[in-house]
Design a protein around this ligand. Structure first.
Ligand SMILES: NC(=O)c1ccc[n+]([C@@H]2O[C@H](COP(=O)([O-])OP(=O)(O)OC[C@H]3O[C@@H](n4cnc5c(N)ncnc54)[C@H](OP(=O)(O)O)[C@@H]3O)[C@@H](O)[C@H]2O)c1
Length: 376
């Protein structure tokens, strides 16, 4: 039995991970963690009987410990660090935001296999995290469908015959709209993703294409490729999840229905494969596949995000914090869709970079920006 810890078990990736584990034999839930969705975590505790549960809030942890006496509860970031200091096999990191970044670094030091969905970890602290992973020889298996596709096509780590990586993007809900139309779109419009069903923050990031820029940064760290050798290609059908271009002109692509169950399962069973939830649901007959270049003018945040990745240091963390605050303001109806990019561009224009920042410097910067922007 492989014992699995899921951080963010009540979210989009977390709940799908539980669905995958339910179907897989030989995998068992060992511990769970979530934020504020207490009703759902109660159902998950009753169904999966985890030994440990960590909640965001200490009062919630206290209340639940009175109901479930067989479960050990903890809370907050300290609780997450305690949670991962146990005997288990795989840590699934499916929290949103930055709460689990330090937890991932500790799990790397503990040499636990990490199935990583959370983007912020590599975007904010990719240099530090990957250096540690190399030092401790800890495997980091991506859950994101694009990075999973690349892993499946690369064949082996540091494959010397690879020329470039191509990351596909659906283009999001506003792919065919003008900027004048985008100006008027509400959160409801932005959350209406044509292909993928995901958490709210990442869905808005798909509408601005920031998400694709963040994925380029992740790919740079995960696979050690120069930014100029990582291309973004719009593929509205979302059936090819990314491809790898080899020096001899050959391309390998990975295809499948747009469902996160497949890359989640691959991350859990890597390098093996097992019968999956979606095995019979995809037939390629008659499917028309389109690929075209992204429109950087219409989606300027895509270019800016990649640019921040190239600059490195604190810039990706600055962009990430400004974007997250702006996205939540948009979701709350406080700003309009194109204001997201205005806020992020302004923050980046005024930013002072530090090369090779420490993790403390990254978190300090993140906190400052969040504080400043949330007061606007
Ligand atoms: N969804 C996808 O298809 C997808 C694909 C690729 C990558 N990702 C990445 O995976 C991560 C998760 O995405 P998602 O869409 O699953 O997000 P989501 O649906 O918003 O779920 C986020 C999870 O994190 C928990 N959480 C948030 N803040 C927390 C805190 N301070 N302490 C403890 N737990 C906290 C939430 O708990 P509560 O709900 O209980 O508050 C929830 O369980 C993101 O980094 C995203 O970019 C997602």
């Amino acid at each position: 039995m492989k014992k699995v810890i899921i951080l963010g078990s009540t979210g989009s990736i977390g709940t799908q991970t539980l669905e995958v584990i339910e179907k897989l034999q030989d995998y068992k839930v060992y511990a769970l963690s979530c934020g504020r969705n207490i009703e759902l975590i109660k159902k998950q505790i009753e169904k999966f009987s985890p030994k440990f549960v960590c909640l965001q809030n200490s009062d919630d942890a206290k209340n639940l410990s009175e109901i479930y006496s067989n479960v050990k509860f903890s809370s907050g970031e300290k609780g997450l660090l305690e949670l991962i200091d146990n005997e288990y096999d795989i840590l699934v990191v499916a929290t949103s935001g930055i709460v689990s970044v330090k937890t991932v670094i500790k799990a790397i030091e503990n040499k636990k296999t990490i199935a990583l969905a959370n983007k912020e970890t590599l975007v904010m602290a990719g240099d530090i995290v990957m250096k540690k992973a190399k030092e401790y020889q800890t495997p980091i298996i991506p859950i994101d469908s694009e990075h999973s596709a690349i892993l499946q096509c690369l064949n082996k780590p540091n494959n010397p015959y690879v020329k470039r990586l191509w990351i596909t993007a659906s283009g999001g809900p506003f792919l065919y709209n003008t900027r004048e139309e985008m100006e008027k779109f509400s959160a409801k419009d932005a959350l209406n993703h044509p292909k993928w069903n995901m958490g709210k923050k990442i869905t808005v990031d798909c509408a601005t294409l920031v998400n694709k820029g963040l994925e380029v940064i992740e790919a740079h760290h995960l696979y050690n490729f120069n930014y100029d050798d990582i291309k973004v290609v719009i593929h509205p059908e979302s059936l090819v999840h990314s491809f790898v271009e080899f020096q001899d002109g050959s391309f390998l692509a990975q295809m499948g229905v747009p469902s996160m169950h497949i890359p989640i399962q691959y991350a859990l069973t890597y390098p093996e494969r097992k019968k999956g939830i979606k095995t019979n649901s995809f037939c390629p007959w008659g499917k028309k596949l389109n690929f075209f270049e992204p429109d950087f003018k219409k989606f300027p945040l895509l270019k800016l995000t990649i640019e921040c990745g190239k600059q490195g240091g604190l810039m990706p963390a600055i962009l990430n914090a400004a974007n997250e605050i702006a996205v939540y303001k948009f979701l709350e109806g406080k700003i309009n869709f194109l204001d997201i990019e205005k806020i992020v561009f302004k923050e980046i224009e005024n930013a002072k970079n530090i090369i090779n920042p420490t993790i403390e410097e990254i978190f300090e910067k993140d906190k400052k920006i969040r504080l400043k922007l949330s007061q606007l």
